[in-house]
Design a protein around this ligand. Structure first.
Ligand SMILES: CC(C)(COP(=O)(O)OP(=O)(O)OC[C@H]1O[C@@H](n2cnc3c(N)ncnc32)[C@H](O)[C@@H]1OP(=O)(O)O)[C@@H](O)C(=O)NCCC(=O)NCCS
Length: 190
């Protein structure tokens, strides 16, 4: 029997990076001072799709500042990454400090396909987090603004997210409204 090839982390992006840079940034509703954009996020910073090599650039260290990440092996990470990439509906986006070779912020846009609204698409913003030492540098705003515009560019009829009451004011900057609907959940595992 031939040995099973073990996938190695590499720089293949989860999605085509050009879609981030081709967004119409003039449609952004948040205020950026100084001005930054998806193509120019700041000195020594790059905004781009996640790649598997980011597992060695502190991706989980940043995610761990949002919630419990658990123990994830490189194999599990690559398997989930490949699943997301193949589906074409996951836009896991990161900001890298290229001087440090470290991920300093991340956010995800997930596209959900519906039969309703004439087989429409709905966007969901998930897992927005900026590393502690980089907060207040507009990176949270940059990621949220970019993924909101991206959902529009991908023809989503609406975009939603869940957040704690203390973060409502942050998301209002991008045009989000507080829904009258309740967010309900059941937790099966931690
Ligand atoms: C919330 C978070 C993503 C914001 O990112 P950030 O890079 O620190 O914020 P930015 O520098 O992009 O934006 C700063 C602006 O947002 C405002 N802001 C930042 N955090 C805020 C919050 N929690 N609530 C309301 N406003 C907030 C600031 O007042 C500032 O406003 P201004 O542009 O009008 O001056 C970041 O604090 C974070 O990672 N928090 C922990 C994880 C988390 O709670 N994520 C959200 C999950 S729903």
């Amino acid at each position: 029997m031939l040995p099973v090839a073990t996938a190695m982390p590499d720089d293949t992006p989860m999605f085509d990076p050009s879609i981030l840079h081709e967004l119409d940034w003039s449609e952004n509703t948040a205020v950026f001072s100084p001005s930054i954009s998806p193509s120019e996020p700041g000195d020594g910073l790059v905004m781009r799709p996640l790649c598997t090599a980011d597992v060695n650039r502190g991706f989980f260290k940043v995610l761990g500042q949002l919630t419990e990440t658990g123990v994830v092996s490189p194999e599990q990470f690559i398997k989930t990454f490949e699943h997301m990439k193949k589906s074409g509906d996951y836009y896991v986006t990161v900001v890298e400090d290229t001087n440090l070779g470290q991920i300093v912020a991340t956010a995800t846009l997930v596209i959900e396909h519906k039969f309703t609204h004439s087989c429409a698409k709905r966007g969901r913003i998930e897992d927005v987090v900026v590393s502690g030492e980089c907060r207040g540098k507009q990176l949270g705003k940059l990621l949220t603004s970019t993924l909101t515009l991206l959902s529009k560019r991908l023809n989503c009829y609406k975009i939603t997210l869940e957040c704690l009451p203390k973060n409502v004011a942050f998301y209002k900057k991008f045009g989000y409204l507080v829904s009258e609907e309740n967010y309900m959940f059941q937790r099966f595992f931690n």
